[in-house]
Design a protein around this ligand. Structure first.
Ligand code: UFG
Length: 359
């Protein structure tokens, strides 16, 4: 298959690119590099551009004979979405509709969409199945739900086929090395704890020690990025035009903040000071997937079922790249760089600027 990975220079997208390539698919990446890194793209062609640029997307889709799109390009910080909802509705909703309409214009109608457990809000019952009502409690979760609904409507009206994969907590790094998690600012638990182990932070704050959970700290379902990627591979092969799949991607196992910190101590051999802090606004106490539907419809099994092997891969990445991509890598491989430059120079002459496009 020829697959366009939108957001393929980001954390999850870059792991997807590696896995698609290894499975024999031909990969093209479209990324505006707002949060991604060219160094993270280890296979295929990288086109630097925005998914909201319909003319660019149409030319990338046709020139590369794309069969299916995987869409990872989203802003994904819950707190930021509350403070800056416009950014989230623009990037996650408006730009995605532009992407879908560019696909529609050139008859590419298969898409795998990164949705989220944030679409469920604060569920009454855990584990969370796909039948759990979707009542997001923050703008991030709403933007993901809006696109799920848009995809259903695009399937009915325009014959799109889609898979909306509702991720729980993505974690870990490729055991092959070279790619991993690098966010600025970092807000996720595991990389923050590992930064304490590296001596880059003094302590980790535990957000809330009065939750209605077994050890009074929040419980999450941590899923390895390579397991997320293998579910995408299974999903893209099963997409049927006119239909949609909506499935949870988690392990079905929940672990508390304290258990994660303890596992990081075990993996790294460092003390990792932790201090108790107030609850973080908007955090649900417990998010654990009922992942049985994904196993049934995708024939998929996660390989990493507990945090320890996941954290081992993350620790390997953080040790080898203590400052992430930006300060340790020498830049994209020459061939990738060439493609970016060649594409951009071609685009300058062949494609009208965004402001010149008449809609
Ligand atoms: N946590 C701490 N201290 C920290 C950071 C996090 O105690 O310094 C806690 C959080 O309160 C939470 C758990 O660790 O209980 C995990 O937090 P993360 O920020 O790593 O992940 P979230 O569960 O908040 O976020 C994830 C995804 C989001 C998604 C959200 C749905 O990363 O994209 O689940 O709730 F929207």
């Amino acid at each position: 298959m020829n697959v366009l990975v939108v957001g393929g220079a980001g954390y999850i997208g870059s792991h997807m690119v590696r896995q698609l390539h290894a499975a024999g698919h031909r990969v093209t990446v479209l990324d505006n590099l707002s949060t991604g890194f060219p160094e993270a793209v280890t296979a295929g062609n990288l086109v630097v551009g925005d998914m909201a640029d319909q003319e660019l997307v149409k030319s990338v889709l046709t020139e590369n004979s794309i069969d299916a799109v995987m869409h990872f390009a989203a802003c994904a910080l819950v707190g930021e979405s509350v403070a800056s909802p416009a950014k989230y509705y623009r990037n996650n909703v408006l730009a995605t509709i532009e992407l879908l309409d560019a696909m529609r214009a050139v008859e590419v109608k298969r898409i795998v969409f990164s949705s989220s457990c944030a679409t469920y809000g604060i569920p009454d019952v855990v584990p969370i199945s796909e039948a759990t009502p979707q009542n997001p409690v923050n703008p991030y979760g709403f933007t993901k739900l809006v696109i799920e609904r848009a995809l259903e409507d695009y399937a009915k009206a325009y014959g799109f086929g889609f898979a909306a994969l509702r991720y729980f907590n993505a974690a870990g790094a490729s055991p092959l090395g070279g790619i991993g998690e690098d966010h600025d600012p970092e807000s996720h638990l595991i990389p923050l704890v590992l930064q304490v182990a590296l001596g880059q932070r003094k302590h980790i704050s535990i957000f809330g020690t009065d939750w209605p959970t077994p050890d009074s700290t929040c419980v999450r379902d941590y899923i390895h990025v390579d397991d997320l990627s293998s579910a995408h591979l299974a999903a893209v092969e099963r997409i049927e035009l006119g239909k949609g799949l909506k499935v949870n991607l988690g392990t079905g196992n929940g672990f508390s903040v304290k258990q994660i910190i303890e596992t990081c101590r075990e993996v790294t051999g460092h003390e990792i000071p932790a201090i108790e802090s107030d609850r973080r606004p908007g955090d649900p106490p417990e998010l654990v997937a009922d992942a049985s539907l994904a196993k049934e419809v995708l024939g998929w099994e996660p390989k990493y079922l507990t945090p320890k092997p996941i954290i081992e891969t993350a620790w390997k990445w953080h040790q080898s790249n203590p400052t992430g991509y930006a300060k340790t890598d020498t830049g994209p491989p020459a061939s990738t760089k060439y493609l970016v430059e060649a594409y951009l120079s071609k685009k300058q002459t062949a494609v009208p600027k965004q402001s010149e496009i008449t809609r």
